[in-house]
Design a protein around this ligand. Structure first.
Ligand code: PLP
Length: 396
């Protein structure tokens, strides 16, 4: 018996464990310290009342013989698929019913989609980025190449920034985790045109689309002409509606998307019906409530709260004259560490001198060294206090 030898090629996932060790040690040595965490990528506001109400009603239905439901359809319940279609239509994107697959979140789908592709494929990943794209493909034995993000391209790499030849699969994430950088329509069009030219497939992660407030910025890759022939989109209710602990997302694979003589939509249905038995009825009812007028209004209020937090942090960095990306259409602020410091050096300084915890950028890829991620998911009070401390520390 042999294990999958590709596991040995993965870098140990030590980022959040190392952060937690350093914070724990500091608190043991300074029990009086009031440490504020702006490092978390998890939401803190509760589910919207419309969502909770829908979940309760669905639980009641499951408790009555006449309305009990067993296994859901592999692609998801019709009421949720229609609700997602309606949501996309509200910003001008027409989806077919058969394009949409409901899932338990974007992480599973980002990691499972490589099942559709040969192990010989080369995968392009922006650097820095959400680490799941890299690790899921290393597990599958694929070659990874990078498009480097940096201050020169404002952390929005273009096809011209690719290192290592043309890829077969391209992961893009906008608004981006960790940089908060958000692609323009022109920037995204460049990737769509490139993918169509070379025959690659784009996996576009739109997990943070709900943070986009500028109607000129694309919320979906399907706003771009030609995307239905080359792209798959991942959606998530985690950040849109606080579903990190409730679990629901969706993947969109247009019926037009064909490679190697196969429709990827059909392959995905085959894959899901083999390895996945769906999302619970109660969660799908709760998810559908997100897209009702009442649910949307309540969820948007929560997003506005996080966005205001982001603006407080961004305003602080503006006053300090520190370079950053994100903050405007994203819960993430990606700042340059002051005085040429390394990511971990700045982490220690901020922890020890301001009692504020963030995430070292080096944990998201080699281009993240020298950068630092702050998040807007904390309380208003904590965000304002942490910003005051950062300003005091760095304005000296
Ligand atoms: N995609 C990105 C870019 C993320 O940052 C995250 C979570 O942090 C996810 C996907 C995971 O989403 P989900 O909770 O739907 O699995």
């Amino acid at each position: 018996m042999k294990i999958n030898e590709n596991f040995a090629k993965m870098t140990p996932s030590y980022l959040f464990a190392e952060i937690s060790n350093r914070v724990k040690k500091y608190k043991e040595e300074h029990p009086e310290a009031d440490v504020i965490r702006l490092g978390i990528g998890d939401v803190t506001l509760p589910l919207a009342p419309a969502v909770v109400e829908a979940a309760k009603l669905a639980a009641d239905e499951m408790g009555r013989a006449e309305t009990f439901r067993g296994y859901p359809p592999y692609e998801g319940w019709d009421f949720l698929i229609e609700a997602i279609r309606g949501y996309y239509a509200s910003f001008g994107v027409k989806l077919n019913y058969g394009d949409i697959f409901v899932s338990d979140g974007a992480k599973s789908d980002a990691g499972d989609l490589p099942d559709l592709f040969s192990a010989d494929n080369t995968v392009l990943v922006p650097d820095p980025v959400y680490p799941v794209y890299v690790d899921a493909n290393i597990m599958g034995g694929r070659r990874i190449i990078y498009a480097r993000g940096n201050k020169d391209n404002n952390f929005l790499p273009t096809p011209g920034d690719i290192d290592g030849g043309d890829p077969d699969i391209i992961y893009l994430c906008s608004p981006n985790n960790p940089t908060g950088a958000t692609m323009t329509r022109e920037g995204l069009r460049e990737w769509v045109d490139y993918a169509n030219r070379i025959g690659a497939v784009i996996i576009f992660d739109a997990a943070y689309e709900a943070f986009i407030s500028d109607p000129h910025l694309p919320r979906s890759i399907f706003e771009i002409e030609g995307a239905r022939e080359c792209a798959i989109e991942l959606g998530s209710l985690s950040k849109t509606a606080g579903f990190t602990g409730t679990r629901c997302g969706y993947t969109i694979i247009p019926e037009e998307l064909e490679r190697d003589g196969a429709k990827l939509n059909k392959l995905w249905m085959r894959r899901q019906s083999t390895k996945f038995n769906g999302v619970s009825y109660i969660v799908q009812r709760a998810a559908a409530a997100v897209f009702t007028p009442e649910g949307l209004e309540q969820c948007r209020k929560n997003i506005a709260y996080y966005r205001e937090n982001a603006a407080i942090i961004a305003g602080t960095l503006d006053r300090l004259g520190i370079y950053y990306t994100g903050g405007a259409h994203s819960p993430y602020i990606w700042m340059r560490c002051p005085d040429g410091m390394g990511s971990w050096e700045f982490f220690d300084l901020l922890l020890q001198k301001a009692n504020v915890v963030g995430t070292p950028g080096a944990g998201f890829g080699s281009e993240g060294e020298g950068y630092f991620r702050l998040t807007a998911f904390g309380s208003r009070e904590d965000t304002a206090e942490a910003s005051r401390r950062i300003e005091k520390l760095l304005s000296k």
